[in-house]
Design a protein around this ligand. Structure first.
Ligand code: PLP
Length: 423
């Protein structure tokens, strides 16, 4: 469920008309619903706790939507943060997320980032390789600390979905094999600078079938049992994120209750462990839309109609990068026969095509449309390609809204660059 509905013939986010935001903030613009963000988080938490998982650490994957106001909205209902860079740690802390609820993942942490994470006191650093174990051990020893670490396992499971967001196959760069995890965990328990607290996995994103998750989690459970059998202590099992969000024309993901029931079933008897989760998309995707304006309709004499928007691939990269489909809704639907459009942005790349042959209600220059399900991996992946100022973000709560990332002016954009002394 989300909070983007028609009220009086106008698409609203909660109680604010998207047309009002478009006229006051300009387009393109991302709009997020606080109620939807919090609802998705609490639905997941309630499902997990109802299934019997005590006090799960639900660390929102900051990469999905890194806006500090969004993070703060989630922190207010108890979210932690899954982060992959110092920048994301800083964002999570700035949003008031306690360090003890921050999990630091990622295949290539720098020494400086590890030192920053240790200074901040994050809950756990997920190690993705043996060199990283040695790096964290060395940095922590130098700082006179013992880093809480988990070993990220690559369980070699095909998660389905787009190849660019599959992370749990042996050929992917993430984590270590189950056998390596056992060896590294034992080694880590003898190192002065690290304290192994658990194991972690994350097999992909937009997963719409429980079977690969169950296969991976079963392997993780057996690993926990083997490690415990060797007398090693395991406090936390991090099962990652990856649960899909319902996108237009895409398979429906499992309900959080079914996901939770599968975990409870797979983990029966492991009651003395804390489970951690790193959901991103399922919380944020349907909590945001990208509102754009139609610049014009280019109707070719041969028949193809291009709906040219003021939003482009630099604002919403997913269609160009993952062939993703977003539902497109007119903000103020008008009556009339549906029309088939190719929906494109103004960037000088053929890839700047949001969708082809999409049948929509009739649209004209000046009309507003909303790309639905754009709250995850939308603004977070935006850029200024073609020197288009960074797309702004707006957060709605009830009848109020706030611009939580303003659109930079052209002067702001140019001021970030400097002239070389010889020019
Ligand atoms: N955790 C890790 C380590 C990830 O790499 C990702 C996404 O790539 C996530 C969590 C979030 O995944 P999702 O947004 O599909 O829940």
């Amino acid at each position: 469920m989300n909070h983007f509905e028609l009220q009086g013939g106008e698409l609203h986010c909660e109680d604010v008309a998207l047309a009002r935001i478009a006229s006051e903030v300009g387009t393109p613009v991302y709009v997020y619903s606080s109620a939807t963000l919090q609802r998705h988080f609490t639905v997941l938490r309630d499902a997990l706790t109802s299934a019997g998982l005590k006090d799960p650490l639900i660390a929102f994957a900051v990469k999905a939507n890194s806006n500090v106001a969004v993070l703060r909205t989630l922190a207010a209902v108890g979210a932690g943060a899954d982060v992959v860079s110092e920048g994301e740690i800083r964002r999570a802390l700035a949003a008031g997320i306690p360090a003890k609820r921050i999990v630091f993942s990622g295949v290539g942490k720098t020494e400086a980032e590890v030192a920053y994470a240790l200074e901040a006191g994050v809950a756990e650093i997920n190690l993705e390789s043996e060199p990283e174990l040695h790096l964290v051990n060395a940095v922590a020893s130098r700082m006179g600390k013992r880093a809480a670490v988990a070993i990220r396992v690559n369980p070699d499971v095909e998660a389905g979905g787009h190849a660019k967001i599959s992370t749990g196959k042996a050929e992917n760069k993430f984590g270590v094999s189950l056998a390596e995890a056992e060896r590294l965990y034992a080694n880590a328990s003898n190192m002065a600078g690290v304290r192994p607290v658990g194991v972690a996995c994350h097999i992909g994103s937009q997963i719409t079938d429980l079977a690969p998750l169950e296969a991976a989690f079963t392997k993780m459970r057996r690993l926990v049992e083997r490690l415990r059998g060797e007398g090693l202590s395991i406090e936390r099992l991090d099962l990652g994120g990856g649960l899909g969000a319902p996108y237009f024309n895409a398979p429906t993901p499992p309900a959080p209750a079914d996901y939770a029931a599968m975990i409870a079933r797979t983990m029966t008897g492991l009651s003395d462990i804390q489970f951690a989760f790193e959901p991103g998309r399922m919380i944020a995707a349907n909590a945001g839309v990208l509102v754009a304006r139609v610049l014009h309709v280019n109707a070719r004499p041969e028949g193809r109609k291009f709906l040219v928007l003021d939003a482009a691939m630099n604002d919403l990269l997913r269609p160009a990068m993952y062939d993703a489909f977003h539902d497109i809704r007119p903000v103020t639907p008008r009556a009339g026969e549906p029309v088939t459009y190719d929906v494109v942005g103004p960037i000088c790349e053929t890839g700047d095509t949001f969708t082809r042959d999409r049948t929509l209600p009739p649209l004209q220059a000046g009309d507003l449309i909303a790309f639905m399900t754009a709250g995850a991996y939308g603004a977070a992946m935006s850029s200024e390609y073609n020197s288009r100022p960074l797309v702004p973000e707006v957060l709605v709560k009830g009848e109020r809204y706030a611009v939580v990332r303003p659109r930079p002016s052209y002067d702001d954009m140019l001021a970030r660059e400097a002239a070389a002394p010889w020019l």
